[in-house]
Design a protein around this ligand. Structure first.
Ligand code: SME
Length: 164
């Protein structure tokens, strides 16, 4: 069993402690699926108000579902489609306060109201995306985006072989 000391105080502390926990969980593990699975579980456990947290992996001109927590989700997303495909195609974090206002949003869980998607790259290569959904509109602020980008930067080389 793993026990983590995750601060329940400020968001800054929360992301600091999550980063340390993710580092400890994945530092010595070469298996990409294990690392994505534990990262999804850690984020799901400690970030409040999520209804989905997990990964899509790059595979040619589409993304393919990877390890996640939440309801069963769409398996394949074309690059450029939806919030995930847009993050993958532009390689820019997508922070969407109202998914219903996002052109082409793909509704995997009707409960999702806001979404944060961070592209995962190693050098020039797209590995996939980290996708977080929330039932609360505007759940993700700039600090969440920056915090998740730091988590992804740590994790990227440890899941570099994860492309489908
Ligand atoms: N809503 C995403 C699809 C993935 S699910 O949220 C898990 C999108 O528009 O890309």
């Amino acid at each position: 069993m793993y026990a983590f000391d995750i601060a329940a105080g400020s968001k800054t502390e929360l992301y600091h402690d999550l980063h340390a926990a993710l580092d400890a969980l994945t530092a010595d593990e070469p298996d990409t699926v294990a690392n994505m699975a534990n990262a999804a579980a850690l984020i799901w456990q400690y970030l409040p108000d999520l209804n989905w947290a997990g990964f899509y992996r790059a595979a040619g001109d589409e993304l393919v579902l990877g390890p996640f927590q939440g309801k069963a989700a769409c398996i394949r997303i074309a690059l450029g489609k939806g919030v995930c495909g847009t993050a993958a195609a532009t390689r820019q974090t997508q922070r969407v306060d109202d998914v219903h206002a996002f052109p082409g949003h793909i509704a995997c869980d009707a409960a999702s109201a806001s979404e944060l998607v961070v592209p995962i790259t190693v050098g020039d290569r797209l590995v996939g995306v980290l996708d977080l959904d929330s039932p609360e509109p505007g759940r993700f602020d700039a600090e969440d985006a920056a915090g998740c980008e730091r988590l992804v930067a740590l994790l990227a080389p440890r899941i570099a072989g994860a492309a489908a």
